[in-house]
Design a protein around this ligand. Sequence first.
Ligand code: UDP
Ligand code: MG
Length: 212
Amino acid sequence: MFKVLSSKLRFFTMSAEQKFEVLFILGGPGAGKGTLCRYITEKYGYVHLSAGDLLREERMKPNSKYGELIEKFIKNGKIVPVAITCSLLDNNMQASDSPHKRFLIDGFPRNQDNVDGWNETMSEKCIVKGVLFCECSKEMCTQRCLKRGAAGSGRSDDNEEVLVKRHETYITNTLPLIEYFEKQGLIYKVNSMQSPEKVFEDTKEILSKIGW
Ligand code: UDP
Ligand code: MG
């Protein structure tokens, strides 16, 4: 009886220890978020969820309801409606068998609507430990994406035309979130104009500050 009741209670009120721990990774397109997350995952075993990769994966599914819509947003450098992104993140977090339950959420949230959607549907299940902000100049970001495109990233948005739109979206929608999270004491800045190894070195110190 007690067991049944306590498991029900647990369902309704997840304590801080039971929640998934999340670190958001933000920065311009090409700032090096994905690369840094791969370094972190390799050393610490935390789960890397790139919102952009999950959307691209969903778009490729032959019978996805949202495939066309996702492609339209990505090709215009626009932000996909939050319900779609959050449900992909949620499904992947629930399905993870990682012992850590610590997630690197890369490239999300990108606008206030993303934040509101996250707060509504995910804040009950997750605790945001911090926001890692990869600082990189627009010029270097652009160079990296063009190089990635030329090397055959296969991404429909790694070209000059879409990059202009991605940058606009980043400046108008994502940058204001840095201030929003700063007020909550959640921002950790890392200079991502350095080599991947050096960015990772700096990031390790940040991870230890948040208790990871
Ligand atoms: N995207 C989105 N919501 C997200 C993450 C990505 O709508 O939460 C879309 C958006 O159109 C973006 C594209 O996916 O321009 C590529 O995102 P990704 O994070 O892969 O690109 P990056 O910023 O790493 O270059
Ligand atoms: Mg990426």
